[in-house]
Design a protein around this ligand. Structure first.
Ligand SMILES: [Mn+2]
Length: 304
């Protein structure tokens, strides 16, 4: 029997560039997410949403906008994921921006100190309020998990241990170094972070994901995807519209998620940076994405 699957929503765009992502949990539910997961053979419990947070400019904190709200959202994710793990359930978390992966790891590492994180994202997310000017926390998550110099105190200190993450617990897939800051490239080098570029992931997805799974620790596994890893002209789903004509297709990413989520260590899949408004002109792309997620989480056990 597969474990039960707990669905959690983090409807927040507080750490983003503009409103939009807060709608993702509602839109995916309206498109029949729970029924699709049940059709994939999973017992699903919907644990509901964390706080609804709609982005607004935060002139009082220009370099770490809406920090207190983002921390509240992350801490709520920690509590919801911890409750599900306590009940021996797996988790599907719909964000929200990528800082939600920190809440996942806070809960998963309390559950299993040998846990690892497969981080599928166009970006390193190693910025801090010092290294970047735009003040959006959504590409600063891993910097706070790793407690890099310049990290915002309130977020780096929000977890049961500090730093929350070590470089050995991480493997990044789909990174585009051209979309990173010089600071991020330098930190990735200093920390010996392991990563595979979006170009390599697009040309032959199977080998990088197998390599990443082989290199991650033996304990429980969280898989996080920022949908900005996708070629935006193939699958316009992400808050960021930068990924045009580069990066893997939705079909390629569906295969990556399928492999990663069927690894026996996998316990949590989190989805970040999905802005449903981006798909307004190509409405079939959201159901296709949903089908990929349900397929990645399908039960491989024979029906009872
Ligand atoms: Mn990203």
């Amino acid at each position: 029997m597969p474990r039960d699957l707990v669905l959690v929503g983090a409807p927040t765009s507080a750490g983003s560039y503009a409103p939009g992502q807060e709608a993702a949990p509602r839109v995916l539910r309206d498109l029949g997410l729970v029924d699709r997961l049940r059709a994939a053979g999973r017992q699903v419990r919907d644990a509901g949403d964390g706080p609804l947070q709609v982005w607004a400019p935060d002139p009082a904190h220009p370099r770490a906008q809406n920090l207190a709200a983002a921390v509240l959202a992350v801490r709520t994710v920690t509590e919801q994921v911890a409750a599900a793990l306590e009940q021996d359930a797996d988790v599907l978390l719909i964000g929200g921006n990528c800082t939600i992966a920190l809440g996942v790891m806070d809960a998963l590492l309390r559950h299993d100190p040998d846990a690892g994180l497969l981080y599928i994202d166009r970006h390193f997310d190693l910025n801090t309020p010092v290294s970047s000017i735009d003040g959006a926390l959504d590409w600063m998550g891993l910097a706070h998990g790793l407690d890099l110099p310049g990290a915002a105190e309130q977020l780096a200190a929000a977890f049961h241990r500090r730093p929350l993450l070590t470089p050995e617990q991480l493997y990044l897939l789909g990174t585009d170094p051209a979309g990173s800051t010089a600071w991020e490239r330098e930190q990735a080098r200093l920390l010996s972070l392991r990563w595979v570029s979006g170009a390599d992931l697009a040309s032959a997805p199977d080998s990088p994901v197998a390599g990443a799974l082989g290199a991650l620790p033996p304990g429980a596994l969280a898989v996080h995807i920022d949908v900005d890893v996708l070629d935006f002209t193939d699958a316009p789903l992400a808050e960021s519209t930068d990924g045009r004509n580069s990066g893997p297709s939705l079909q390629a990413i569906a295969g990556v998620l399928d492999t990663a989520c069927h690894d026996p260590r996998a316990r949590v899949l989190s989805i970040g940076e999905l802005n449903p408004a981006r798909a307004a002109g190509r409405p079939e792309i959201l159901p296709r994405f949903l089908a990929s997620v349900a397929d990645a989480l399908r039960s491989t056990a024979p029906p009872a």
